[in-house]
Design a protein. Structure first.
Length: 193
């Protein structure tokens, strides 16, 4: 069946739209995976950043960022797809910076998309870490602006809890993207028996 699907020729625009839609849906699902750090902490740990990095690494910078833009636009359009189900109200809250930061993070995480061989995994990790740094910087800025607190408190609430978590998510995303590419090649490449 997979060989039959691989032999069909689908329009490239359709494949791209379906890939973007898939990662947009995955982002919405990952928003439901939430760990609250403390009762008064404004920013939870979610599965979204893993999907943001994975979107960039699997789809490339443009399509990865497009999937995140579609997700953020759906929230701005009124859908309660954010982690707390607030819909557009989330853009005036402490997690607004993270949602906006998802877009450049996915783009930067996908910059190694065209690399080949063993370099691809290493470059994906490095680009993912750069994307994570951008995401955390914009997110922490959002915490400082919307919680109206000092920079020191914003760092404690919006940056420090995630400094050790995000590199793990980047490594997992890079590994999943690499595994996915290798698996796809095995599925569509005919094997002689």
């Amino acid at each position: 069946m997979i060989a039959e699907l691989a032999s069909r020729h689908y329009p490239l625009w359709l494949v791209r739209i379906l890939r973007i839609a898939l990662f947009t849906a995955l982002l919405a699902l990952a928003a439901r995976v939430r760990i609250e750090l403390q009762p008064n902490t404004p920013v939870p740990i979610t599965g979204q950043t893993l999907i943001v990095y994975l979107a960039g690494m699997a789809l490339g910078p443009v399509e990865g960022a497009a999937s995140v833009i579609a997700y953020v636009a759906a929230i701005a359009g009124g859908l309660p797809l954010d982690t707390r189900g607030l819909g557009p109200a989330v853009f005036v809250g402490p997690t607004a910076g993270y949602l906006i930061g998802f877009i450049p993070a996915a783009f930067v995480a996908g910059l190694a998309w065209r690399a080949s061989g063993w370099r691809k995994l290493i470059l994906s990790v490095l680009c993912g870490l750069a994307g994570a740094a951008i995401l955390l910087a914009i997110g922490t800025l959002g915490v400082a602006l919307f919680v109206q607190t000092s920079w020191g408190t914003a760092l404690i609430l919006g940056l420090f809890p995630f400094v050790l978590i995000e590199p793990g998510k980047v490594l997992l995303a890079a590994s999943l993207a690499q595994l996915g590419r290798e698996s796809w090649r095995r599925w569509i490449t005919p094997h002689s028996v």
